[in-house]
Design a protein around this ligand. Structure first.
Ligand code: CXF
Ligand code: ZN
Length: 365
């Protein structure tokens, strides 16, 4: 069948909306009619080829839509079900089997390879293969054949146009706090980067009952918003000494930290901002080969833990519904981070995100 999609034809160039060909869903796939898709920083860095998904490609990995057709081996959904889409995973390797699907041993191939396991692509244009199955979905397409392992069924009353980004950016921030750090009520946490991931983590820190929540960024407007969402302290790292401020606020260092920027000096500052036995998680993507200073001499006696975390250690089939429930109860107002764009304006959505004008764009089909 034909479908309309936003295609990344060339590195660092805007996406082009074109009509392309979509093949038939395989046994383990569902064809989704996309209703909405969040735009994530990872879409931009793959368009720019920080990660080597072959171009041309249909990106997009925060899809939300309606099941349009079901492969013969799929039992979890039927035609007409409403679904949110998340990352792909094999479901069978040791890490998947032990409840850590974001560390699937084939995570990179399944999510960034641009092809099915059998080497085929779902999309073509004028006879040329176009990378598909980005995070198992390639949600910047009106229709896509999606890996069943990427699909999370939700209620037909759930607002897909708002919930779309739960499957990546929002679960990454919230999961990093609730799943990876699991801070006890009354604890201190510092969040580096007040973007969509950092602020999702901040909302999660409020849910967890952290009583000292420090947001660090370089934009006063984002910091003011962080305070509205529950930050007890804000630090502008472009004008203040973040490490000194954090130590002063916490009386020696934060118990927990979330690093969302992927910037080397921020990583280093994060290590110095921790209390003895503090725990930090790093979720901000950086280009391959990005290195940061890590002072082994000073930090070993601190007994700190730094964990690299993918997708907030989430199991989407259980964590995404938990986040939907928290949202519906008014306890997780991540919709304050979102802004809708018509699908035709997807490049504007990318640009506004890069410029810091929009925290979490959602394109609407
Ligand atoms: C990505 C970040 C880089 C590692 C894989 C997961 N998160 C999604 O956008
Ligand atoms: Zn993402």
């Amino acid at each position: 069948m034909k479908t309309t999609a936003a295609v990344a034809f060339a590195k660092e160039q805007p996406l082009t909306i074109v009509e392309i060909d979509l093949d038939e869903p395989r046994a383990n796939e569902v064809r989704i009619r996309m209703v909405a898709s969040g735009v994530c920083h990872t879409d931009a860095i793959v368009r720019d080829q920080w990660y080597p998904t072959p171009l041309p490609a249909v990106l997009g990995h925060e899809g939300a839509g309606v099941v349009d057709a079901v492969g013969s081996a799929v039992t979890k959904v039927v035609v007409g079900d409403h679904v949110l889409l998340s990352f792909d995973h094999c479901g069978e390797c040791a890490n998947c089997a032990s409840g850590l699907p974001s560390y699937c041993t084939n995570f990179f191939g399944a999510n960034f390879g641009g092809r099915r396991a059998d080497g085929s692509s779902g999309f073509s244009h004028n006879g040329e293969q176009i990378s598909s199955h980005f995070f198992g979905q390639s949600s910047f397409s009106q229709f896509a054949n999606v890996s069943a392992n990427s699909v999370v069924k939700v209620s037909k009353t759930a607002p897909l146009e708002i919930l779309a980004p739960l499957g990546c950016g929002i679960q990454t921030g919230a999961g990093a706090v609730l799943n990876s750090l699991n801070p006890p009520a009354g604890s201190s946490i510092v969040i580096f980067g007040a973007g969509a991931v950092g602020l999702s983590g901040l909302l999660a820190a409020v849910i967890a009952g952290c009583t000292t929540i420090i947001a660090v960024d370089v934009h006063d407007s984002r910091l003011a918003f962080a305070r509205e969402l529950g930050a007890t302290h804000i630090i502008n790292a472009s004008t203040q000494d973040a490490v000194a401020e954090i130590k002063q606020i916490t009386g020696g260092g934060a118990q927990f930290a979330l690093e969302t920027t992927g910037v080397p000096v921020v990583f280093s500052n994060m290590t110095y901002s921790l209390a003895v036995r503090g725990h930090a998680v790093v979720v901000g993507a950086a280009a391959l080969g990005t290195n940061a200073n890590f002072d082994i001499g000073s930090l070993l006696p601190m007994g700190i833990t730094v964990t690299m975390v993918v997708e907030g250690d989430s199991v989407p089939s259980t964590f995404v519904p938990q986040l939907v429930d928290l949202f519906e109860r008014g306890l997780f107002p991540f919709d304050k981070l979102t802004k809708p764009y018509p699908f035709a304006e997807i490049n504007q959505a990318f640009d506004d995100s890069a410029a810091g004008l929009t925290l979490k764009p959602i394109v609407i089909f």
